[in-house]
Ligand binder design. Structure first.
Ligand code: PLP
Length: 417
């Protein structure tokens, strides 16, 4: 396995033991662990350059501003953005999607207009659009998901129409692992006159993402899932769109001139970054991107593909395990959700925790998707560059333990189908 064992030592937290066992961390879709380079960048900033940005005219304030803007340029280049000013730092994907909904959405969507979403969206790519639709009298339409866990693209084509203003779609499902064909979706959406908002929370950390090649208009991502600190992430958007959008939050640093009744605003991205930004963490996000780029996203993706194949193969051996989502590695990533016939997902996660194995159990902020599959919850193992086949072997041994603990009789609430 190309990466796992070689990079594991870079992550201090992965050296921990839980309940006397080596920690097996399989919840990177929720948040990733952080390499020492990121922790060092945080400490270095606070020890050497801590000052507010874009205001001081003294040495350390200039250093802080330069480091903050350098991080933006690093992230922009990582995403294939045309210019650094196309990246607005936010607290993560949720805030980025809310920003688009509250600015572009509220000003461009009117009564009777339509916003197309999909059944596999995370709640953060549903609820902001529900708020817009309720306020503006617009209608939400959902692209159905097939039994194999893919988007029904023919149904998508049929949903597009003259009233479609926005298509908001996830690049990679946090539950099914499905990687959606964004260029194809964007082409059809643009032909219908809609803009395309991509939730890239689960793709940017795991595969090369080029915003221009995707054909997206807006793309949201979370820094904390890509080895950066919590409270980081951003929105990429075509610069013309950012220029045309009203501000999101009002306050210091986003204005050009303030008068009693009105203000004028700075150019993007500063128009969207009111108040003191998350300086230290954004700088450390730049360090996370440097770390990922040094390894190479192609190598990360190849490692995760190999490990996903291994995981799917090993899970097939365990009686009573049902994996959700596509089994074809060409259109899936390393978020692997499953149910067990003998135990509820929460019980699965609890037994695994006793073995030092961290997986997620619940609806993973995707209730519509779980309902689509007749489920209230699932267990999820999600991979990153530091995971190894040893981690998966531990998971599978843990699932055999679940079978021993809960017996062979299927649990009535485990999987209602
Ligand atoms: N979208 C997807 C697909 C996600 O997996 C997540 C996080 O789990 C989010 C959006 C929300 O990200 P954040 O909590 O970082 O805002």
């Amino acid at each position: 396995m190309a990466l796992g064992p070689h990079v594991r030592d870079d992550f201090p937290l992965l050296q921990r033991h839980i309940h006397g066992r080596r920690l097996v961390y399989l919840d990177s879709a929720a948040t990733s662990q952080k390499p020492r380079a990121v922790l060092d960048a945080l400490l270095r900033y606070y020890q050497e350059s801590n000052a507010n940005v874009h205001r001081g005219i003294y040495r350390i304030a200039e250093e802080a501003t330069a480091a903050y803007e350098a991080a933006r340029a690093t992230v922009a280049a990582f995403l294939g953005a045309g210019r650094p000013e196309e990246v607005v730092f936010t607290r993560g994907t949720t805030e980025a999607l809310n920003l688009v909904a509250a600015t572009w959405g509220r000003t461009r969507v009117g009564p009777g207009d339509e916003i197309v979403l999909t059944e596999m969206e995370h709640h953060s790519n549903i609820v902001p659009w529900q708020l817009v639709a309720a306020e503006r009298g617009a209608r939400l339409r959902y692209v159905p998901v097939t039994d194999e866990g893919r988007l029904d693209l023919e149904a998508f084509d049929r949903l597009l129409g003259p009233r479609t203003r926005i298509v908001a779609v996830t690049h990679q499902s946090n539950v099914l692992g499905t990687v959606n064909p964004i260029p194809r979706i964007a082409e059809r959406a643009h032909a219908a006159g809609a803009v395309v908002v991509v939730d890239a929370a689960q793709s940017v950390p795991h595969q090369p993402v080029d915003v221009r090649a995707l054909g997206a208009d807006f793309l949201a991502f979370s820094g904390h899932k890509m080895l950066g600190p919590t409270g980081t992430g951003g929105l990429w958007a075509r610069y013309e769109l950012l220029e045309a959008m009203p501000p999101y939050h009002g306050g210091g640093e986003m204005i050009a001139l303030v008068e009693p009744d009105r203000s004028t605003y700075k150019a993007p991205p500063h128009k969207f970054e009111a108040g003191t930004p998350n300086i230290a963490d954004s700088i450390a996000l730049g360090a996370a991107v440097d770390y990922l780029r040094a390894i190479g996203l192609e190598a990360v993706a190849a490692h995760e593909r190999e490990l996903t194949a291994y995981t799917l193969e090993r899970l097939r051996e365990v009686p009573g395990v049902r994996v959700l989502g596509p089994l074809d590695l060409r259109d899936r990533g390393g978020a692997i959700s499953f149910t067990m016939d003998v135990a509820h997902p929460h019980d699965v996660a609890q037994v695994l925790d006793g073995e030092g194995i961290a997986v997620r159990a619940g609806h993973h902020c995707a209730q519509l998707l779980h309902r689509r599959f007749g489920l209230a919850a699932s267990a999820r193992a999600s991979l990153h560059l530091y995971n190894t086949t040893d981690d998966i072997d531990a998971l599978v041994a843990g699932l055999y333990l679940v079978r021993r603990v809960f017996g062979r009789a299927p649990h009535p609430a485990a999987d209602p189908r």
